[in-house]
Design a protein around this ligand. Structure first.
Ligand code: AMP
Length: 422
């Protein structure tokens, strides 16, 4: 995968209409529709400001949530979820769609930029087209939720063409959505010169740099709930890293693969063979694979459960591993201390419960103090680093959960592959 993509700095946007794909998929309070975290909107500001300063007319767009634009399909999906079909009225469907309109995003974006945002009523309909045609240099408008269009998630070429026809240049800055081949994230690039915004540029530079030419030793830390989510990542990083650290819920499947009982800890029984294969592969490749040596266990999955610390070889029946233990913390932080590059994806334990946050906190602290290039994958590890107060100490916290995982798997990302090479 080529990470060396043209950026907004490489093209002249003065006086041009720029279609800018952002990731404004922000969490909202269900009742009030207030945005509860505007990090993703803030992350897009440098590119927007740059384009406006350069005299571009910016047509921003994004998806928000998962609206279902076909009433029939919505009924089908809701019925599959167990809802009573007689309660599934058109009014209810319309209400759900209305709740995912872009008004709250436009309002917050306007506040952050200190200017009015022109909001379109549709994505490629008459209102969007008229507003785009009238848009002047230095102005910004926002299209409605791209997923209101049936063709968006199908990467429909007619929709892509219609979006592209409103602009002269396409800029993608929605890193959180680059792993999806949708009309607004990849399709439009077939019809316009396509470059990356500053956010994607940073993601490619730092994560791509770490994968292609890492400062060594290169240490990868993987945690979180499931082995199956990280199979591709482990496989790819075994080709690149010097040390792979495995903690969190997924580590118990590895401990099982080593022949020990794991009580009622998280287990993916169908992945035990894979875990054994990875242990063997690491040994064959000379990659150090570090697994927990001790663990905090609880007598049930609850914040106020009874807690003990035990060797991983002696987890009692009916107890479950909830965090790495103090000896493991020493082992893992020791490896992090000497690293040149550290990539981290997935917490070391159930950090949401105070009693089991220490492993994740200790790893976050070790990253912050390491002096290494430190990269935190999106999703839960990013949330953990923020919640525990270590965000400012990291070189980079990826803005994409799924996208950063697919990046680490070495997969081609459609929203990056479609951009012009340098
Ligand atoms: P992921 O989304 O795969 O990164 O997983 C994150 C989730 O894994 C968090 O909600 C953690 O609470 C959970 N987790 C981490 N360690 C454990 C564990 N030992 N047992 C159960 N869940 C865990």
């Amino acid at each position: 995968m080529n990470y060396n993509k043209k950026t907004v700095y490489d093209i002249d946007v003065k006086g041009k209409k720029v279609l800018l794909r952002c990731d404004f998929n922000v969490p909202q309070d269900k009742a009030t529709r207030m945005i509860t975290d505007d990090k993703r909107i803030r992350a897009a500001l440098p590119t927007i400001q740059y384009l406006l300063d350069q005299g571009a007319a910016v047509i921003a767009c994004s998806h928000l949530g998962k609206p279902e634009p076909s009433f029939d399909k919505w009924v089908k999906k809701q019925t599959e979820k167990g809802k009573d079909p007689s309660s599934l009225t058109k009014e209810k469907w319309e209400k759900e769609m209305q709740a995912l309109r872009m008004e709250p995003v436009a309002e917050r974006l306007g506040q952050l930029l200190g200017r009015d945002i022109i909001l379109a009523d549709d994505v490629v309909g008459p209102d969007a087209r008229a507003k785009a045609a009238a848009l002047k240099a230095g102005e910004i408008m926002l299209l409605q939720n791209t997923r209101f269009e049936k063709g968006e998630t199908k990467n429909d070429s007619e929709l892509a063409k219609a979006m592209a026809s409103m602009a002269e240049v396409y800029v993608s800055d929605a890193f959180g959505a680059v792993h999806r081949a949708h009309a607004s994230t990849a399709g439009v690039a077939a019809y316009l010169p396509a470059v990356s915004g500053l956010l994607i540029q940073k993601e490619l530079e730092i994560m791509g740099g770490a994968l292609e030419a890492p400062k060594r030793p290169f240490v990868a830390i993987l945690g979180g709930a499931k082995v199956s989510d990280k199979i591709g990542v482990i496989n790819n990083l075994l080709e690149k890293a010097d040390t792979i650290i495995i903690g969190g819920g997924m580590s118990y499947t590895f401990i099982k693969a080593m022949g020990y009982g794991i009580g009622s800890s998280l287990l993916e029984a169908e992945r035990v063979d894979y875990a054994r294969e990875m242990i063997d592969k690491a040994a064959a490749k000379g990659v150090k694979l570090l697994l927990p040596v001790d663990t905090l266990i609880g007598d049930r999955f609850a914040a106020d459960c009874q807690v003990k610390t035990v060797d991983v070889k002696s987890i009692p029946d009916d107890w479950m591993g909830m965090d790495i233990g103090p000896e493991t913390v020493k082992l893992f932080t020791g490896a992090i201390a000497g690293a040149g590059t550290v990539i981290w994806n997935g917490p070391m334990g159930v950090f949401e419960f105070d009693a089991f946050a220490e492993g994740t906190r200790a790893v976050a602290r070790a990253l912050g103090e390491s002096g290494a290039i430190t990269i935190v994958g999106g999703g839960d590890s990013a949330a953990a680093v923020e919640q525990l107060g270590y965000a400012a100490k990291m070189t980079h916290i990826s803005t994409g959960g799924g996208a950063s995982l697919e990046f680490l798997e070495g997969k081609e990302l459609p929203g990056v592959a479609c951009l012009l090479n340098k």
